[in-house]
Write a protein that binds this ligand. Structure first.
Ligand code: UD1
Ligand code: CA
Length: 454
């Protein structure tokens, strides 16, 4: 018996009021459907079948790298019809799990619990009890509490409408039985659709046990129909991430003002101030401080690091005890070694900075290798681009670069050299030397400044 997962994602999503397919709208910067595929992937299924219809070109293009089997549903004739489209690719002895592309936060533990209930040739349904069950399919049980059928809201009687236990839509069933039931579906109902939910009554008739299980949180089974629901679920998701961080020993100034769009790992006693965004894979060590409005993308930050306000760090490595910002921009392929200080309005790209070196003010450093204990003065610029190609600037250890220096690459400044303020360096500088290129100053005494004629 192997597991096949069918994800329904063919619906239009009219209420999103969008030209983009509903399942491509993003939660935590990942398409809704991608969340569901990722959950499905961790169940070790034989195959994942995604039923698509509306916006299918866009969906398959956007998720082209996913290891799934795309199934076309030409016309959206109902959830039963949608599941039926995937059945020809599934064997009789298999177990089937049905998920939804617009229900992104379903958890693997919940699905495992559901699958366990279906293992012995039972039909397993994921249900929840809602204070307001309107709009949903109701779980109809007999006096003994045994599930008899699901009735859709539009087809329900007065007394059935009172039922608070609803169908989440997520279910697991043995393939042979499901095939048989799907073949018997009729669309003689209010919506003239082939309801997947009608299989429940068929299972009861066939003498199969219908078992139910509940998710840990209601949000796991929340479907997205419009942008208000999308943002509500985003906030829930972000709060879960924030809570996990706090329970791991991280101080957050406000759990409602942090956004994690990927995987964030933070060591104990680190602190994160408000309005920080973390994208992709980010790790931060112990005792580090991230000030407000910091954006960190796919980067590794060490212990005892201080990132000051309004700094952006993108695809970079910042080692222990560095201090970066405020208002610094650390661009891809930058490595800041232990104890480096980067100050305000400094942009660094594709550069390695050695231990304890400082670039404290207003500089652009690109395509450079900088040694240890180097001081780069305010307004230093590596002129790395000649209009056609990029060139490297190599700076040794203990070098002092005075303010307002231009380093015209390719150029090399050797250990212990000094560059006088205002110098344009165009030639390599030997170790221990002073390079100075400055127009000698002239002073004109009693200078009359020009003034406007009256
Ligand atoms: C369905 C269930 C209902 C349950 C509710 C939970 C049925 C008949 N009803 O109702 O019991 O309480 O979900 O939200 O199953 N889809 C397709 N192809 C189709 C039709 C639907 O792929 O032909 C997809 C949609 O994109 C959507 C999902 O299936 O993601 C659910 O379809 P929808 O029509 O919204 O079902 P509901 O009326 O919400
Ligand atoms: Ca729905």
């Amino acid at each position: 018996m192997s597991l096949h997962i069918i994800i329904l994602a063919a619906g239009q999503g009219t209420r999103m009021k969008s030209s983009r397919a509903k399942v491509l709208h993003e939660l935590a910067a990942r398409p809704l459907l991608k969340h569901v595929i990722d959950a499905a992937q961790s169940l070790n299924a034989e195959k994942i079948h995604v039923v698509i219809g509306h916006g299918r070109e866009e969906v398959t293009r956007c998720l082209a790298n996913e290891n799934v089997h795309w199934v076309m549903q030409e016309k959206q004739l109902g959830t039963g019809h949608a599941v039926a489209q995937a059945m020809p690719n599934i064997g009789e002895d298999d177990l089937i799990l049905v998920l939804y592309g617009d229900v992104p936060l379903i958890q693997v533990e919940t699905l495992n619990a559901l699958l366990t209930r279906a293992m012995d040739e039972s039909l397993a349904l994921l249900t929840v009890v809602l204070p307001d069950s309107s709009g949903y399919g109701r779980i109809v049980r007999n006096a003994a509490g045994v599930v008899q059928k699901i009735v859709e809201h539009k087809d329900a009687s007065e007394s059935e409408l009172e039922i608070k236990e609803i169908n989440t839509g997520i279910l697991a069933a043995p393939a042979a039985k499901l095939k048989q039931w799907l073949g018997q579906l009729k669309n003689s109902n209010q919506q003239q659709e082939y309801y997947l939910t009608d299989i429940v009554a068929m299972a009861v008739t066939d003498g199969l046990e219908v078992k139910t299980t509940k998710p840990t949180a209601i949000e796991e089974v929340s479907g997205i129909n419009d942008r208000t629901q999308l943002v509500a679920l985003e906030r829930y998701y972000q709060y879960q991430k924030a809570k996990r961080l706090m329970l791991q020993g991280v101080t957050l100034a406000d759990p409602a003002r942090i956004d994690v769009r990927g995987e964030l790992h933070v060591g104990m006693d680190s602190e994160i101030d408000i309005n920080c965004i973390f994208e992709g894979e980010v790790s931060i060590g112990k005792n580090s401080k991230i000030a407000s409005n910091v954006i960190i993308i796919n980067s590794k930050i060490g212990d005892n690091v201080e990132i000051l306000a309004n700094t952006i760090v993108d695809h970079a490595v910042i080692e222990n005890e560095c201090r970066v910002g405020p208002f610094a921009r650390i661009r891809p392929d930058t490595i800041l070694s232990k104890g480096v200080h980067i100050g305000n309005f400094v942009e660094i790209k594709k550069t390695t900075v050695g231990k304890n070196s400082k670039i404290n003010h207003l500089s652009y450093v690109g395509d450079a290798e900088i040694g240890y204990s180097v001081n780069i003065g305010a307004g230093t610029i590596t002129c790395n681009y000649d209009g056609a190609d990029k060139h490297k600037t190599l700076i040794g250890n203990h070098v002092f670069v005075g303010s307002n220096t231009q380093l015209v690459a390719p150029v090399k400044i050797n250990d212990n050299a000094s560059i006088a303020a205002g110098t344009t360096v165009t030639k390599n500088v030997e170790g221990g030397a002073l390079a100075i290129s400055r127009v000698p100053q002239k002073t004109k005494s009693n200078w009359q400044r020009p003034s406007k004629k009256k």
